[in-house]
Design a protein around this ligand. Structure first.
Ligand SMILES: [Zn+2]
Ligand SMILES: [Zn+2]
Length: 144
């Protein structure tokens, strides 16, 4: 029964507020919403070393994004914090076949979201130490 409750909640259109794991500053951009939610704004470097802005949809399970540089599918990108310029790519390999590396963001209410550095890869993980606790906090903060 408890498991069922979790499943439903994670499938729901929930959106996470994320912050940089290095400097702890928020990456949420309230001026450039996607799907009526604040987007996640980061700097991105494409395969030809061009740096631009990237806005990701913050809704879990949604892969919509906007960028002011070319990010062709199946290329790998580097994501960089716009506040402290830290590289957010990790050495952890994605399960995909495109040599993708996982990129991690901290969730403000606890836990980590990671996405793949390969454009178009749909692997997307949420890792929390204590899912129950995080969802309870989520309820309180967002009223879901
Ligand atoms: Zn930072
Ligand atoms: Zn991947």
């Amino acid at each position: 029964m408890l498991n069922q409750t979790k499943e439903v909640k994670m499938d729901d259109k929930i959106s996470f507020n994320v912050k940089c794991p290095k400097c702890n500053q928020t990456l949420m951009d309230y001026n450039n919403p996607i799907h009526d939610k604040p987007s996640v704004h980061i700097l991105v470097k494409n395969e030809i070393n061009k740096t631009g802005n990237l806005w990701l949809c913050s809704t879990y399970g949604c892969y919509d994004k906007q960028s002011d540089i070319d990010l062709p599918d199946n290329t790998n990108v580097e994501m960089i914090c716009p506040h402290c310029n830290a590289l957010l790519n990790t050495d952890v390999n994605c399960k995909c076949e495109g040599n993708g590396k996982m990129i991690k963001f901290n969730i403000d209410i606890g836990g980590v979201v990671s996405i793949c550095s390969r454009v178009g890869c749909k692997n997307h993980y949420v890792m929390v130490d204590d899912l129950e606790l995080t969802l309870r906090r989520f309820h309180r903060e967002y009223g879901y």
